[in-house]
Structures are given as C-alpha cells and as structure tokens.
Design a protein around this ligand. Structure first.
Ligand SMILES: Nc1nc2c(ncn2[C@@H]2O[C@H](COP(=O)(O)OP(=O)(O)OP(=O)(O)O)[C@@H](O)[C@H]2O)c(=O)[nH]1
Length: 197
C-alpha cells in the first residue's frame, strides 16, 4: 500500500510567513492543486504541519505535527513515515504543498522506492517515494542532529534513485515572484478541483 504526505510545515520566510499551501492560484489553494493531482495516486493522504491543525481541517485529512522541532522537512517526512507504518503502508509518497503542478502520473513515473524527482537536471528531494522500512535510519539521523539534516543526505543514505520529470511540473513557490509567475500561468485555465474539501 502507498500513502501520501503533503508537506505544509516550515516558516515560508521568503514569502513573508504564513502557510504557502493555502495561497491561491488559478482559483484554488496550492494545496488543492496538489490534492487534485495526488489523491488518485495513493491509498490515503495526510498533511504535515505544525501549529493549529484546525486551519487544514477543511481538507478532511490527518494533520501530522513534527516530533523533532526546528529540524526542517525531514522531521515532517519522519512523521509521515511513522503514520504510514501505522496504516500498514510500505511506501510514503511526499510532495511539498508549494509544488502544485506535479504530474498526474507522478507515482508511476517514480516507479519503486526509494526514488526522487528531478527536472532539468535539478533534484527535488521532497518530491519522492520513501520506503517505510527506512524510518529507523531517519529517526537515528534526527535524534543525533544538532540542526536539520539535509534531505539529500538521508535520501542518498537509503540509496535514492533520481527520475526526471517533465519540465515545469516541479515549479514551486518560494517567493512572491514565484507566486506571480504561477498565477500568470494558471490564469484562465480550468484546473480541476479536488475531490474533497
Ligand atoms: N514538517 C515540516 N515541513 C517543513 C519544514 N520546513 C519546511 N518544510 C516543508 O518543506 C518544503 C520545502 O520548504 P522550504 O520552502 O524549503 O522552506 P519553508 O520554511 O517552507 O520556506 P522558507 O522559510 O522560505 O525557506 C515545504 O513543503 C515546507 O512546507 C519543517 O520544519 N517541518
């Protein structure tokens, strides 16, 4: 069984704070775009976010808080792997909530875990497929780290493979300029809404 995790933690400091996945583009939040593309590809979905989970309650999914504070996205990945283990899943698919245009066949393209997405030769480590059995390696890494370990270090430690995805499908929103570009791209398109929410 494969389950999915939408990463929505972090500080969004380059956007001036707030929840990047709740920003609007093309008539939907970025999170709704991710959901609409990922939902049919996995058996269950959860959101990784700290703070008040109520702000994500409209999506009807579990909201997983980081166990290790201030350790960056890998702490969210660990929470997702622990949740996935509890669901009886073997594979966790992660997608950042600020990456709304992932392919509708992402899981098929990634193939088997561990695999991580690349575009134009650049790795997008958080668009990936993680074996749930690897979670002990990650827990050990986080338990001894004094600051957030690099996602690439963990992915490489478990033998990650890179899969090239179509150009533009991994464009993410880090800055107000990124958001303006995305809005210009989605303006006037009829993006399908999510099946829930
Ligand atoms: N669970 C969790 N997710 C995080 C954390 N930091 C970042 N993320 C997620 O990881 C992905 C990439 O995050 P970044 O854009 O690099 O970091 P950010 O904090 O969101 O934004 P900046 O402060 O501008 O770097 C996004 O989906 C974030 O939601 C964290 O500490 N915990």
């Amino acid at each position: 069984m494969k389950v999915g995790l939408i990463l929505a933690g972090g500080l969004a400091s380059r956007m001036g704070g707030g929840d990047k996945p709740l920003l609007m583009a093309g008539g939907h939040t970025l999170l709704e775009h991710v959901l609409a593309r990922l939902e049919a590809q996995v058996d269950r979905l959860a959101i990784s976010a700290n703070g008040d989970p109520a702000r994500f309650s409209v999506f009807g999914m579990p909201v997983l808080a980081d166990e290790f504070a201030d350790m960056g996205p890998l702490s969210g990945v660990l929470a997702g792997l622990d949740w996935a283990a509890g669901q009886g899943a073997e594979i966790l698919v992660t997608v950042p909530g600020d990456t709304p245009l992932i392919p509708h066949d992402l899981v098929e393209r990634l193939g088997s875990a561990p695999a991580h997405a690349a575009s134009g030769g650049r790795m997008h480590w958080l668009v990936g497929m993680w074996p749930v059995a690897s979670r002990r390696v990650l827990r050990d890494m986080l338990a001894v780290a004094s600051r957030g370990p690099r996602v690439s270090d963990y992915a490489r430690a478990i033998g990650a493979r890179a899969e090239e995805l179509p150009a533009g499908s991994l464009d993410n929103v880090n800055t107000p300029d990124d958001l303006a570009r995305l809005r210009a791209r989605l303006d006037g398109t009829s993006t399908p809404g999510p099946a829930r929410g």
